[in-house]
Design a protein around this ligand. Structure first.
Ligand code: ADP
Ligand code: MG
Length: 558
């Protein structure tokens, strides 16, 4: 099949090779499987349903929210000789009839439909009588209220799975927010879809976080080191933006302020000057950025803590669009965390508060990361990366490392044991054998992992859990109280195939005994961890039909 996919890629679309992970996505869809593809704009999502449409029998139905985008796509396909059409409110009655006829006679490979049209009863009925190749849901985040572009018409797409259970669904989005993605999966009923996340890495951006001490001086010395390069400094509030701008101007920097409180005229002046390279530094609130298409932004500084990892990624992503080396620097102070918290807690929507606090926690955790920043950032979005980037601040000045394989095995086992339904705090309580009421009520004091981590302090476990999240062994579901779940990368850790090396907290390292030594000393070869893992291994093999884990040798445990 691979050869014929290459042939289609070349002969129809004129490209010589697939981008990762296009080939694998296409293979799965051709085989009739559901796929959920998360890829930044421009990554190449369209081919992932267009090629399967040509390799499967029947017509592919593509749902797309914007009529203008639909038309461009269809025109391009028709030029390439593909039998494609669109069906939406821009068609005349006659055009609509023509499309209906083509559809009925099996003359189409792809039909682009607006969601409100697709779900009209008589249209659905017509589809029911046809052979369907697949459904492609473009801009799938429109189905979620958590997304940034909610469209009520999209919600009804949840019926497709019910109505056409055997037709594969390809959902696509560029949204980087894990919570929105989970909502999309639930709503479309594609729980079995294979998730592909790719293309979020921005290799030319170097990430660094420094402790915020004298922020203005720190900023000035950073800027002095950047020659005449231009960039953006993000600050939390309008007032802060103006203060910082003033200090930069006093120090002789070509800087201007940008925030929503300024007159339109002033804002467009700043934006234009920046774009034309007539202004070196824009100090701004997050209001600055939507329309920036300046390719040579060489640095983005976060003077204050961003509100989520997703905003951080988007804001830093404005640097280096031209592909040349660029810097992302963040000043991080605990005071900012307090400020951000109180801003969030101000709202009276309890659900929003809960979710935003969790997003903030993830951001703080990133700022405090002891693992490669790029890996932590990508892991947040679900993109697995196996090696350190080698150029972030952590890679350049790594903390002391210790072999945390056993601690990781304990933590991962415990996450699994509590049913992947609890957040870090509860997992740590179980590991440490805490006797809280909740633990007793849930019967978690009877779990095999109860108390197996008593040798380490809560702070030490907290640090370990964070790093396991940053390295992508654990995923966090913010819509479910930050519940932790194992990722596919966790399995080789549990089987002992992969060792986990973590960073020691820079301040704890001096005062505490080395974690690895303590953990090993407590457990021994047949200690509680050994037993817990053995039982877990058996159960996992029993219930999931997965290949059994390798049996731990004593050597693996020591
Ligand atoms: P997305 O929908 O993810 O934003 P598109 O599917 O519109 O991205 O693709 C973005 C651009 O990349 C298009 O110009 C497309 O033709 C091009 N492209 C996609 N896949 C490949 C490939 N394998 N080789 C070369 N160009 C590609
Ligand atoms: Mg697209």
């Amino acid at each position: 099949m691979s050869d014929s996919l290459d042939h289609t890629l070349k002969s129809v679309f004129g490209y010589g090779s697939f981008r990762p992970p296009q080939r694998e996505v296409i293979q799965r869809v051709v085989a009739g499987e559901d796929v959920f593809l998360v890829m930044p704009t421009g990554g190449g999502k369209s081919l992932c349903y267009q090629i399967p449409a040509l390799h499967r029998e029947g017509v592919a139905i593509v749902v797309s929210p914007l009529i203008s985008l639909m038309k461009d796509q269809v025109d391009g396909l028709v030029d390439a000789g593909v039998r494609a059409a669109c069906y939406n409110s821009s068609l005349t009655a006659e055009e609509s009839r023509a499309v209906s006829r083509q559809l009925a006679q099996g003359e189409l490979d792809l039909l682009y439909v607006a969601p409100e049209r697709l779900l009209l009863p008589d249209f659905l009925e017509r589809l029911g009588g046809l052979k369907l190749a697949l459904f492609a849901i473009d801009e799938a985040h429109c189905i979620s209220q958590w997304g940034h572009d909610f469209r009520p018409d999209y919600v009804k797409l949840g019926r497709l799975r019910e109505l056409f259970p055997s037709v594969p669904i390809v959902a696509m989005t560029a949204t980087a927010d894990p919570e929105t993605r989970r909502d999309i999966i639930r709503q479309l009923g594609i729980e079995r879809a294979t998730l592909f996340v790719a293309g979020f890495d921005r290799p030319n951006i170097t990430y660094a976080v420094i402790p915020k001490q004298k922020p203005v001086n720190q900023l000035l010395s950073f800027l002095k080191g950047r020659g005449d390069e231009s960039g953006i400094v993000y600050a939390l509030s309008r007032k802060r933006v103006e203060q910082v701008t003033e200090r930069l101007q006093q120090a002789g920097f070509d800087a201007a302020a940008y925030h929503a409180g300024l007159p339109d005229r002033e804002r467009s002046r700043v934006q234009d000057a920046f774009r034309r390279d007539d202004l070196r530094v824009v100090v701004a609130t997050v209001a600055f950025g939507m329309g920036i298409d300046k390719p040579n932004v060489r640095f983005v500084v976060h003077y204050d803590l961003p509100k989520s990892v997703e905003s951080y990624y988007q804001e830093t992503g404005r640097a280096g669009r031209d592909g040349l080396p660029s810097q992302a620097l963040m000043l991080f102070g605990m005071g900012d965390v307090m400020t951000a918290r109180s801003l969030i807690e101000n709202s009276d929507n309890a659900e929003r508060v809960r979710i935003e606090l969790q997003k903030l926690n993830a951001m703080v955790s990133y700022a405090e990361a002891l693992t490669c920043r790029r890996r932590a950032l990508l892991a947040y979005f679900g993109e697995q990366r196996d090696d350190d980037c080698g150029n972030c601040d952590i890679c350049n000045d790594p903390p002391a490392r210790f072999d945390a394989t056993e601690a990781a095995q304990k933590a991962l086992s415990c996450v699994y044991r509590v049913g992947e339904r609890f957040g870090s705090r509860h997992v740590i309580d179980v590991l440490r054998g805490a006797r809280g009421q909740r633990i007793l009520e849930l019967g978690h004091d009877r779990l095999s992992t109860y108390g197996i981590g008593a040798a380490l302090s809560t702070a030490q476990w907290d640090n370990i859990m964070r790093q396991l999240i940053h390295l992508g062994y654990l995923g966090q579901d913010f819509s479910r109280f930050g519940a932790l779940a194992l990722t596919s990368a966790a399995r080789p850790v549990l089987t002992g195939e992969t060792r986990v090396i973590l960073g020691e907290p820079r301040d704890l390292a001096r005062t505490e005994e080395k974690l690895s030594r303590r953990a090993t000393a407590v457990d021994g070869a047949h200690g509680p961890l050994f037993k817990a893992l053995k039982a877990l291994r058996k159960e996992l093999a029993d219930d999931a039909g997965v290949p059994p884990f390798v049996v731990f040798s004593d050597a693996t445990l020591l």
